[in-house]
Design a protein around this ligand. Structure first.
Ligand SMILES: *Cc1c(COP(=O)(O)O)cnc(C)c1O
Length: 387
């Protein structure tokens, strides 16, 4: 049986005719840059995110999720010497773009159950130089947006949501009122990298905002700081979603809800197969967030014991041909490129400990119960073999 961490080809097979036709349509039209496909997808995604006439969500497409983050901070006018509070337990982009803009990344710890920004740690890190909070909705679950929004409001800070892993997730901001990931903060950013929950067949990304002025600035920034051709009002970048990717995403968007549901079903099956083992913690679901399982990540009950069990299991799975991932094997504050900035951050014991204890299992829209049994058999044998 062929097992994949992510099965982009199996997913494609089910929508092949539609995707092929959409791609050919763009090629035949010759409108590769900012063509009708980009406008159509952008409008459809805004609707999908709950945009209404009275409360529009603006979607600004760009080349990838990293650019989306960079454009967000450029649009907010946050720059050299300003501080932004963000996790270290994340993909490199989140902190990289801050450093590129000469913003001081203040990395704080995460909650040991949700792996997302710990609001108490954020509160402790706020200084007069703080300009924004940058939570990451990690693995497909929202950070505590109620607490973070309250902090941002109280201290007049921007709130930028890195939604690269969590498109389609939501958070209960008031009893019975659920808001979409990426639309609760000042700006939300996402990625259409092929393995993400809404993946293109190449690179892509977008910013979301409810603020019309910020939307205009974001559009300009992604287009060389320009509104009118050859007139450059501000410094921008060249960051576009290409028309072929937009056409593919437009075909996939109507399936996103089902794709996320398929991931949730697969997560439920993993839970059933693994629950009850004394060394394994299956993913915690925060009652105020739904989890769209970009990753299905186990945490071992080996607090403070280092990476022994995890690394043993990784070797065991490797030998058995079972794909797995470790997100992330080294937090940002331990990366050589960030040794200088890491000193601005406090000690991060939860992040360091989680780094030793997590492992992610294959997760995608095409998982079958049989495949999952195979994966879990290997996991359970690997863990028991260590003990
Ligand atoms: C994937 C990812 C990004 C970057 O997206 P790209 O499209 O690859 O640039 C940023 N942040 C997080 C948390 C991600 O998972």
């Amino acid at each position: 049986m062929q097992l994949h961490m992510v099965d982009v080809r199996g997913q494609y097979a089910r929508i092949q005719d539609e995707v092929d036709a959409a791609v050919l349509n763009v090629i035949r039209s010759g409108q590769f840059i900012n063509g009708p496909a980009v406008k159509s997808f952008t409008a459809n995604l805004a609707n999908w995110l709950g945009s209404t006439e009275s409360d529009p969500v603006h979607v600004i497409p760009c080349a990838n999720g990293t650019d989306a983050l960079q454009a967000a901070f450029m649009a907010l006018g946050i720059g050299p010497g300003d501080e932004v509070i963000t996790p270290s337990f994340t993909f490199i982009s989140t902190v990289e773009i801050l450093h590129l803009l000469r913003i001081i990344p203040v990395m704080v710890d995460v909650d040991p159950c949700t792996f997302t920004l710990d609001p108490a740690a954020v509160a402790n890190a706020i200084t007069p130089k703080t300009k924004a909070i940058l939570p990451v909705h990690l693995y497909g679950q929202c950070a505590d947006m109620s607490a973070l929004r309250a902090l941002a409001d109280a201290h007049d800070l921007a709130l930028v949501e890195d939604t690269a892993q969590a498109i389609g997730s939501s958070w209960e901001t008031a009893p019975g009122q659920w808001e979409q990931a990426g639309t609760m903060g000042t700006i939300g950013t996402t990625s259409f990298f092929p393995s993400k929950n809404l993946g293109a067949y190449g690179d892509g990304g977008a910013c979301f905002t409810r603020d019309a002025d910020l939307a205009e600035r974001l559009r300009m920034i992604c287009n060389h700081g320009s509104r009118r051709r050859y007139e450059h009002e501000i410094i921008g970048m060249n960051s576009r979603l290409d028309s072929i990717q937009a056409a593919i995403l437009d075909v996939k968007l109507p399936h996103l809800q089902d794709y996320n549901a398929a991931r949730q079903e697969a997560a439920g099956r993993y839970d059933a197969l693994l629950e009850g083992h004394p060394m394994i913690a299956t993913p915690y679901r925060h009652p105020k967030s739904d989890h769209v399982f970009h990753q299905y990540t186990l945490k071992f009950n080996t607090k403070g014991d280092g990476p022994g069990l995890r690394d043993h299991l990784a070797r065991h799975l490797g030998q058995e041909g079972i794909p797995f991932g470790v997100y992330y094997p080294k937090p940002i504050h331990q990366q050589p490129a960030f040794v200088d900035v890491a000193s601005a951050s406090a000690a991060l014991p939860v992040t360091d400990d989680l780094t030793d204890r997590v492992i992610s299992l294959p997760m995608h829209t095409e998982m079958t119960p049989k495949q999952q049994e195979l994966v879990c058999d290997a996991v359970l044998r690997g863990v028991d073999d260590y003990l």
